[in-house]
Design a protein around this ligand. Structure first.
Ligand code: CA
Length: 228
């Protein structure tokens, strides 16, 4: 899931970028309305978090320009509490509204709700949002993984790793590819970040089950599959 964050308060923008990234989203940030509009129009975002008071073009004007061609879900952030402004925002095409200051958990809950609502409308909605392998079930939108009905307590990286392996189940993925896709880094043979994460994931995913799903293919990488 890729988000665009348009926010000119750099401290807040950095705090949100960090939190959203740790929650598993890919986040683009724009610090003014003009850069924000350019990025928004380029598309490719599943959702836009848009501050209302921005230098360059303000949030409402940006939204009005965006809505001429794109229906990307927009969550407006505003310091204004007046009903008129909320109404104007919603009339301009905002999908939801959050008044500053807000708790990060509330922002996350609203983002998840909007993404769920938008799921059937997404252009790339061909990809299912719940993936399964045997008794393993991974809900990409709710970011929840269960095995035999039991919730797996995964970190953001472990979840992303599992989701990638599950999306490409039966396919051997190299450490290099996993490092690039999940950690956004070029593999460096000095680091064992992938091995460590796989070991932790394996402990949570497979340790208490007879049927192991995550397999090591010596010299090649890892594969997620149900073997009989
Ligand atoms: Ca602002």
């Amino acid at each position: 899931m890729k988000l665009l964050l348009v926010e000119d308060e750099t401290k807040l923008a950095e705090y949100l970028r960090k939190g959203l990234t740790e929650s598993g989203y890919v986040v683009d940030v724009a610090n003014d309305g003009i850069a924000g509009l350019h990025l928004a129009l380029e598309g490719g975002h599943d959702l836009i978090v848009l501050d209302s008071m921005l230098p360059g073009i303000d949030g409402l004007a940006l939204l009005a320009a965006l809505r001429k061609s794109k229906q990307t879900p927009v969550l407006m952030l505003t310091a204004r509490v007046h009903v008129d402004d909320r109404v104007r925002g919603l009339q301009s095409g905002a999908d939801d509204y959050l008044t500053k200051p807000f708790a990060f958990t509330e922002l996350m809950a609203r983002i998840q709700a909007l993404l769920r609502r938008a799921a059937p409308l997404r252009e790339d909605a061909t990809e299912p949002t719940v993936l399964r392998l045997g008794d393993l079930e991974v809900d990409l939108l709710r970011r929840k993984a269960t095995r035999a009905g039991r919730r797996l307590d995964l970190t953001a990286k472990e979840f992303n790793l599992l989701a990638l392996l599950l999306r490409r189940q039966g396919e051997v993925l190299s450490r290099t590819e996993l490092a690039a896709q999940v950690w956004d880094m070029n593999f460096d043979s000095e680091t064992n970040v992938v091995e460590v994460a796989v070991r932790r994931l394996r402990g949570k995913l497979d340790a208490s089950f007879d049927h192991v799903l995550l397999h090591t293919v010596r010299g090649m990488g890892y594969v997620l599959e149900a073997r009989t």
